[in-house]
Design a protein around this ligand. Structure first.
Ligand SMILES: [Zn+2]
Length: 113
């Protein structure tokens, strides 16, 4: 479990690029919960940016999507492998919003970049 967690952490960190700090916790269901924070926004004394998504692989996808949006909006000059999946991330965000319109009780903070 521990080796697998740190391997996933390294993989997520390499996809997220040099600006990201990736940490994986276990949630209440003993699933991986991904936390990505932004080293630039912390270092500059701006409002600290981070996203936390439980739920194993789904959490990984959701956290990485939010990170990708943060990078494109706040750090447009930055380079990271995850930016290659920007259009896929936007497509998933669009689908989540449609689901949310169908189910307004669903919680989302995707707009909070
Ligand atoms: Zn940032």
């Amino acid at each position: 479990m521990t080796a697998s967690r740190s391997a996933r952490e390294r993989k997520a960190a390499s996809e997220a690029g040099p600006l990201a700090r990736v940490k994986i916790d276990l949630d209440a269901q003993q699933q991986f919960a991904y936390k990505i924070s932004c080293s630039v926004c912390v270092a500059k004394g701006h409002r600290k940016w981070s996203t936390y998504r439980p739920g194993g692989d789904n959490g990984f996808m959701a956290a990485m999507d939010r990170w990708t949006f943060h990078l494109t909006e706040k750090h447009p000059g930055a380079d990271a492998p995850c930016l290659a999946f920007l259009s896929a991330a936007q497509q998933r965000l669009h689908e989540r919003r449609e689901q949310q319109e169908a189910d307004p009780t669903a919680i989302s903070d995707d707009l909070d970049t």
